[in-house]
Ligand binder design. Sequence first.
Ligand SMILES: [Zn+2]
Length: 216
Amino acid sequence: MLRLRFFGENKKPKILCLGAHADDTEIGCGGTILRLIEETPEAQFYWVIFSGDEKRGKEAYQSASVFLNEAELKVIDVQHFRESYFPFVGAKIKDYFEKLKKQFSPDIIFTHYKYDAHQDHRLISNLTWNTFRDHFILEYEVLKYDGDLGTPNLYVHLNESHVRRKIDSILKIFETQKENQWFTEETFRSILRIRGVESNSPSKYAEAFYCRKIVF
Ligand SMILES: [Zn+2]
């Protein structure tokens, strides 16, 4: 099987992480981010969270700082667009994307899945593709009530340490989510285990993505 390296000879890859809500990015691709930093500590990160009231905004910032702790260069930007109303404030979010494009030219982008059932997630996914035309974009998945999981086509194997760090950090930092029945170790580990089975991961765990276009 051909195993792809994310960046080849690129020693300072630029990575853009986009999440509609405070914990989306960590849930969707937190383990992959930890693995990327371990393998490429010189990577430069631009991490955007598009919504968050005072409490959620603080959690988002704190969590991004923990996940990016060992990255040498990082920008964390917590925006405050109105949660659940993204399609109705889409023009302002589009303006933000236009500015972002001028500030940061990413080698890889992590964003939401095109067919995600949450309207905020979908808008961020659509604007990502609308803004970045020939970039390497990976769409992550977020388990939810709507039952919108699909069949991803790109897998990143994670070892037990990545899994442990990802889940422990999410459970510790996002206190505002503790009352939700889905906010448990079991939930987060089970999706990683399923994707691990699908990709025959030696460590049993993987995160999975949708890759719609690759440009060489
Ligand atoms: Zn979300």
